[in-house]
Design a protein around this ligand. Structure first.
Ligand code: IVH
Length: 670
């Protein structure tokens, strides 16, 4: 493989991973600007070496994947993204392309703030909200209408006596800076971990399964474009915004109409100056051709419209001195280098630390202790080190070597083949213990909401916890000591104890995932528990038996097998069981006798007294595979009240349909 090929492969892997963090986990770990740089590098390499371009490259898709807890639907018109630019030159080139394609000499643009929120498409039929889809992968999105209904500024009905037959309003859900700060302040007071930034918190809020929780989040929304429209004639972007406003849909106050490209550039600069007047975060400006006739004539590329472009503001940067290096150790023992900086003001906060990702990156960028470094921050709490200013070197800078021992426990560390990471392999290393405890209590695992970073530090630091099971056996004395600690108090300690107690009744897949076995994610944990019904049986299964489980490949099977060959891990499991944590799935007995076992099921319509998520959970417990749309492979459609078009489709395809009564009968006693 050539260097070029391997760099392309590396970029693709990185972009896919960051897409996953961004779209699926709603928890990106690099800034948008860093992402855009990786992306631009890949685009450039692919255009230079077109033979190396493949259809599955991240540059060839709209981006994102779809999460499955919500019902997903196709967008009537795909939700595309915009081409990004960072320079005036690119804007002028965009303008020239527009003029050339339209064969005109001038054109009117609408320049609007580009708001850094979460895209949404809301469908109103005869003025009534009928669906609210996230962007998803651009083709299909999740129906989050129940959550969207809790957003006060989004009308459930359009404010008009003569609504169009169909209007899909598209825009952005976001949180105001001030509201976000207050939300975090409340969390700080409750001893909970702080959210990293408003955008990710918004994305996470829309994906919550409990709308009651969503209602407590300070969400807001603005609208700026449309999807399908029937029964109303709109001819310009200007008119669209005015009409939206008349219908009671919030639009952005600041916007500019520009008839020359110089005007566009001046407006973007003006908007940049006024950013602080706007109560939410902007990440740039969007320039759109105003006339819809012109928009139609310009059309789309595979990814984005030719009639619009996003101009992204540079993330704020600053230069400061890198004073020292510290190292964080994660739950799997991976060492992450962190730069300790001379405090410097950036985007309104004082920054004194920044991540350096890994040692390979430090070596590649040649970052040294004592260097003047440029740092960047774009919404995140932790900024990143971009580059050293090499021409400012005095010769006293010290090269950063990757460590030979773990800074937390002093044991030797190892570089693993095929990985950039360096690991500490001492399983009693304190930082790893904290990391494992955090993973155990995390939302995807045992979901012990109060067990955040500060609490985990206390529990491990005080010596109360060395393995997760210890939290179920906190002694009276330890609890008294916790209550006496500054910043904790009775309320938060009681809440912690209550959440720990509640977690004992979690379905066992959460525990299995929470153990942190390598390669075993939540989905694999679920499949294993559904198949074996009992974690102890998983622990004693052979590799062959493990590989027999759907979706469990040989790497996963070996990892599970190895994990339970360690007597300490068996002991851990037995202790959790003794503490009363559910290790056996008692929800169902005789699962393979269930009529749903191994069947591909789809739910539609409303069931009485049970949410779709609960019904899905029951089906999964019974060993069914639950999908969101009917296809030839579907075995069974479960149709509640007002089922919609899926029933028709199922009938045509000869898929068996059952109603709620039959469903309740077949799932048997709970
Ligand atoms: S118009 C065909 N206007 O930016 C897409 N988008 O990077 C037309 N965005 O997916 C989109 N502010 O989620 C438009 N004033 C604005 C926007 C805006 C933010 C988002 C939107 C879009 C993304 C593209």
């Amino acid at each position: 493989m050539t260097d070029i090929e391997s760099r392309i492969g590396q970029l693709r892997n990185q972009l896919e991973y960051h897409n996953y963090r961004y779209y699926i986990e709603a928890e990106p770990i690099i800034t948008d600007a860093e992402y855009d740089r990786l992306y631009a590098e890949l685009v450039e390499l692919e255009s230079e070496y077109p033979d190396l371009l493949v259809s599955h490259s991240p540059t060839q898709k709209v981006g994102g994947q779809v999460r499955s807890e919500f019902e997903t639907y196709s967008h009537s018109i795909p939700m595309l993204s915009l081409d990004n630019t960072y320079s005036e030159e690119d804007l002028r080139a965009f303008h020239q392309r527009v003029l050339k394609n339209l064969d005109v000499t001038d054109v009117v643009y609408s320049v609007e703030p580009k708001i850094d929120g979460v895209g949404i498409s809301i469908r109103y039929e005869d003025g009534v909200m009928t669906r609210a889809l996230t962007r998803g992968n651009g083709e299909r999105g999740d129906d989050v209408m129940a959550n969207i209904r809790t957003v006060r500024s989004i009308p459930s009905r359009l404010l008009t006596d003569a609504p169009p037959a169909v209007l899909e309003a598209r825009g952005e859900v976001y949180m105001n800076r001030q509201d976000f700060a207050e939300l975090n302040e409340r969390r700080r007071k409750n001893g909970e971990d702080l959210y990293a930034n408003a955008r990710n918190t918004t994305a996470g809020s829309l994906k919550l399964l409990d709308s009651g929780e969503v209602a407590k989040r300070p969400l807001d929304a603005v609208f700026y474009t449309s999807g399908e429209i029937i029964g109303i004639d709109l001819t310009t972007q200007d008119q669209l915004l005015t009409t939206f406003r008349e219908f009671g849909l919030k639009v952005q106050r600041l916007k500019y109409n520009c008839s020359t490209i110089d005007d566009v550039i001046a407006s973007i600069a003006d908007l940049d100056l006024r950013r602080s007047e706007i109560p939410y975060d902007l990440d740039g400006a969007v320039v759109k051709v105003n006339s819809f006739a012109f928009q139609g004539a310009l059309g789309f590329t595979a990814k984005s419209p030719r009639w619009a472009i996003a101009y992204k503001y540079q993330a704020e940067r600053a230069v400061t001195t890198l004073r020292a290096m510290t190292v964080q150790v994660g739950r799997t023992g991976v060492l992450t280098p962190v730069a300790e900086l001379d405090p410097v003001s950036l985007s309104g906060t004082t920054v004194s630390r920044a991540t350096l990702h890994n040692y390979e990156e430090i070596a590649r960028k040649d970052i040294r202790v004592g260097d003047q470094v440029e740092i960047e921050k774009a919404g995140e709490i932790i900024p990143a080190v971009l580059r050293p200013l090499k021409d400012q070197r005095t010769g006293k800078e010290v090269v950063i070597e990757s460590p030979a021992t773990c800074p937390s426990c002093g044991q030797p560390v190892y570089a693993t083949a095929n990985e950039v990471a360096i690991r500490c392999t001492n399983s009693t290393c304190r930082q790893q213990v904290i990391g494992r405890l955090l993973h155990f209590g995390s939302r995807g695992a045992m979901d012990i909401e109060t067990l955040g970073e500060s609490m985990a530090n206390i529990l491990v630091g005080e010596g109360f916890v060395t393995v997760p099971a210890d939290i179920y056996e906190l002694t009276g004395d330890q609890v008294t000591r916790l209550r006496a600690m500054e910043g904790l108090g009775d309320i938060s300690v009681n809440k912690l104890l209550q959440k720990i107690e509640e977690s004992k009744r979690n379905p066992p897949w959460r525990l299995l995932f929470g153990l942190g076995i390598r390669h075993i994610g939540a989905k694999a944990a679920r499949s294993l528990v559904i198949h074996f019904g009992d974690i102890e049986e998983i622990a004693s299964a052979s590799i062959e038996e493990l590989t027999n489980v759907p979706e469990i490949g040989s790497i996963m099977a070996e990892s599970v097998y190895e994990y339970f060959r360690d007597p300490r891990n068996i002991e851990k499991l037995l202790r959790l069981k003794e503490c009363g944590v559910q290790t056996r799935d008692t929800a169902v007995t005789g699962r393979s006798d269930s009529p749903f076992y191994g069947k591909k099921c789809v739910l539609t319509g409303t069931l009485s007294g049970i949410t779709r998520d609960q019904a899905t959970e029951i089906l999964l417990q019974l060993g069914a595979d639950v999908g969101s749309s009917v296809s030839k492979k579907t075995d069974l459609l479960i149709a509640g009240e007002n089922p919609g078009s899926k029933v028709e489709k199922a009938r045509k395809m000869g898929v068996k349909i059952i109603d709620e009564e039959e469903f309740r009968h077949d799932i048997g006693p709970a």
